[in-house]
Ligand binder design. Sequence first.
Ligand code: DOR
Ligand code: ZN
Length: 350
Amino acid sequence: MDTITLTRPDDWHLHVRDGAVLKDVVHWSAARFGRAIIMPNLVPPVTTTQAAIAYRERIMAALPPGSDFDPLMTLYLTDNTPAEEIARAAASGVIQAIKLYPAGATTNSDSGVTDIAHCAEALEAIAAHDLTLCIHGEVTHPHTDIFDREALFLEQRLAPLLDQHPTLRVVLEHLTTKAAVDFVREGPSRLGATITPQHLLMNRNDLLAGGIRPHHYCLPILKRERDREALIAAATSGHPRFFLGTDSAPHALEAKETGCGCAGIFTAPIALELYAQAFDQAGALERLEGFASHFGADFYGLPRNTQTITLERAAQAIPASLPYGDSTIVPLHGGHDIAWRVATPNPHSA
Ligand code: DOR
Ligand code: ZN
């Protein structure tokens, strides 16, 4: 198969940031994806419906003219989010999900949840209003080995959470381990999961062997090859509870190439091509459409998109760097070629 036409996909986990850089990043996603779940880990975090509505307006203002991209907003859950705020979020019509960052787990998560028990009323309200809880699934004790944080979260936090809230719809985000894949497969139908392109294409050797590669550093961190293989098997299985979420997370070049670099991989310009590469390598291109364009919408109870996008097998040079406000940003595999490109609609015309 040298070309593949898909229903226009959606990105169920995306960071577009704010301020001057917003217009430099959001157009890449808008040219490909119909909708995206927009992460709320700004400074300060998006903890209220009012703030989410204002953020959505800034995103809309930063889109290229004529774009029909639909940002699906999220609220950042804290220990103190009141149930009434969840009710306001549901009534807003623009907020689809609430994001749970364990405090200290990742970029701008300091105001996150210190103990899920503090959020019982908010979680009940999320379920009652039929919103979705999106979870960064890692335990955060500083003494816990970084490679074990996701697997420990499953048993210590996620299993009890699902038991205590039997109607709550949950997306476990950016799976990185075989343990997480197995947990989702065995979990209830109200448990879905997103998988990033970097976790499908790379393992921890790509981060650490032969030199430290800051542009391959994200959280949860890349794991072992056997984990990557389990992620490929899940994504290409046709199982409807595994779907696309890029976690494209832009940071300026100088924040990545430094003594203590930020976590986050910027994939928005080539994310779809990266997924095509991963599915192609697995001999499963015919399964890409379900994963990228159908299963996420179905899980969220939203209509599938009606437009299409065509990918073709043709080498594309990935820019070594791109504009990012006053700085620049390095996309994943910047300066290298990728074997796929978007043929129609031309993403650069947007
Ligand atoms: O690598 C990451 N970057 N993981 C996250 O969970 C957050 C993200 C970011 O916002 O930069
Ligand atoms: Zn993220």
